[in-house]
Design a protein around this ligand. Structure first.
Ligand SMILES: [Zn+2]
Length: 308
């Protein structure tokens, strides 16, 4: 697998639709292959773009799309969904442009009014996350979809302390403004709030080859939530794969092999060109030696003629 990744010299950004030469640039924390050089999208933005494409049959004829804590990368892709209204909300001002300031625990939206709600990396900041989850369930329309993402550790329970000092938060939850690190029980919290969920990961949905090709994060988890309760079996890496993941795996693997053959052919062409250049240089030297020898022969004959 690593050989193929090292071999990949081009990749594709699903946010801005650009073929990127070589790899993506490092991410904010220095991790490799994270940032698109053109639109600055990160792995989660590129997975969201693909996820929205896959959910397209459920995202037609949208009235209201809501983004909580928007990013420069996600706003254009949500605009492209063609909803009649799109609203972005955040808890406070910063460099991002938002339509209104609001807490995710008290959304200024009517009941059952939102067809698509995107809420990435917000709930881990909110002291009463269960109230936020109930609020999301309240505003979702009957067929509405919420896409949620939070940091999670699989195999353990949620670790949280809303009163922990900043230094402790940094150590336990990864950031000074996080109040928890979610664990396996997040599905129970979402279910209790009235949201039925399924977890999806990039490799489960798209296959390992596509994760490399699109610069995604294999361990990323997104919750697709709708009205209801309970969690469907998660679509996690290592499962049977979807028709799409199998097809993309086959296509990209074949593309990688074609690139390897092309690289080998280029290397052969380079070697032949180097041999040709060496032969030309030798030929030039031989011609010069010949010319010198000829001039030497003429001089010898002239000297002989003079002495005669
Ligand atoms: Zn891009």
């Amino acid at each position: 697998m690593s050989t193929t990744r090292e071999h990949a010299s081009r990749t594709y950004c699903t946010v801005c639709g650009t073929m990127v030469s070589r790899r993506f640039r490092p991410g904010p924390d220095g991790r490799p292959d994270a940032t698109c050089p053109r639109c600055r999208s990160l792995e989660r933005h590129r997975f969201l773009a693909l996820l929205l494409g896959m959910l397209a049959p459920d995202l037609r004829d949208l009235d209201l799309v809501v983004e909580i804590a928007p990013s420069r990368q996600t706003t254009p892709m949500l605009d492209r969904l063609g909803a009649r209204r799109r609203i972005s909300l955040d808890a406070g001002y910063d460099s991002r442009d938002v339509d209104a300031l609001a807490s995710v625990c008290r959304l200024p939206l009517r009941d059952a009014s939102v067809d698509l709600l995107v809420c990435y990396h917000v709930l881990e900041h909110v002291p009463d996350d269960c109230a936020a989850m109930r609020e999301i369930a309240r505003v979702l329309s009957p067929d509405g979809i919420a896409l949620l993402e939070v940091p999670i550790r699989v195999g353990v329970g949620t670790d949280e302390d809303v009163d922990a000092p900043e230094e402790e938060r940094l150590r336990r939850f990864g950031q000074r403004d996080h109040v928890r690190w979610y664990g396996d029980d997040i599905d129970d919290r979402l279910s209790a709030a009235g949201l039925a969920t399924v977890r999806v990961t990039p490799p489960a949905l798209l296959g390992d080859a596509a994760v490399r090709w699109f610069g995604l994060m294999a361990g990323e988890v997104v919750w697709i939530a709708r009205h209801g309760s309970g969690a469907a079996p998660a679509m996690l890496a290592g499962g049977p794969g979807t028709g799409l993941s199998v097809a993309l795996d086959a296509l990209i693997t074949d593309l990688d092999h074609t690139r390897e053959r092309l690289d080998r052919a280029r290397a052969r062409a380079d070697r032949v060109a180097a041999q040709r250049d060496a032969l030309r240089a030798r030929l030039d030297r031989t011609r010069e030696e010949l010319a010198v020898a000829r001039r030497g022969g003429v001089l010898t004959r002239l000297r002989r003629a003079v002495h005669l």
